[in-house]
Unconditional design. Structure first.
Length: 193
């Protein structure tokens, strides 16, 4: 522990955690600049071996999941603060705005276009922490904003909401149709009523 200027003690961050944070920060910058994240290049830029980088962050899929979730979480927080309505309407509004933001982000469009199979695996399966974190976020949102949801366990309902959002967001990759965030809000509102 080390003292901070306020006199409080703060826990020391381990070198591995420090390296992990630096790697995620740099990867996030590259991702947002629509650059492909290459583990060898990232390790070189961080001044470490690829083995060290892998020890810090795991695989490329895991790193991309961390990066995408860090961006997704911040975007969801903003959408939630600006949501209209209350209860089910607030949840539907949040999710619609979130998918609109995903579809509007140039770096997400680039990632989905350039690495569509990898992107779908990272964003919609257990290949990374992104999917689990997204479901946990929606579970918390449901408990806080729309607690009375019938007989279905809230975790199952959150899973359905996430899958609805993903279905309309990535529909071009799945069926070739055009993504439409307004359908997300309508479908989720219908589910929650």
């Amino acid at each position: 522990m080390s003292p901070d200027p306020s006199g409080e003690t703060t826990p020391r961050v381990s070198p591995v955690e420090e390296g992990r944070r630096a790697a995620i920060r740099l990867a996030r910058e590259q991702f947002m600049a629509s650059r492909r994240i290459e583990m060898g290049q990232l390790a070189h830029e961080l001044g470490v071996s690829r083995m060290t980088l892998n020890r810090w962050v795991g695989s490329r899929d895991l790193l991309l999941g961390e990066v995408s979730w860090s961006l997704g979480r911040a975007t969801l927080d903003g959408c939630r603060r600006r949501a209209t309505g209350a209860g089910a309407d607030a949840v539907a509004s949040t999710m619609e705005a979130f998918i609109a933001a995903v579809l509007d982000a140039p770096f997400m469009r680039h990632f989905l276009k350039q690495e569509s199979e990898i992107a779908l695996r990272i964003l919609t399966t257990r290949a990374s922490s992104h999917q689990r974190s997204f479901i946990e976020y929606v579970t918390t949102m449901l408990r806080e904003d729309a607690p009375a949801n019938g007989n279905m366990p809230v975790e199952d309902l959150a899973y359905l909401i996430v899958r609805i959002a993903e279905s309309f967001c990535y529909v071009d990759l799945i069926t070739g149709d055009q993504p439409d965030s307004s359908k997300v809000g309508k479908a989720i509102a219908a589910l929650l009523r």
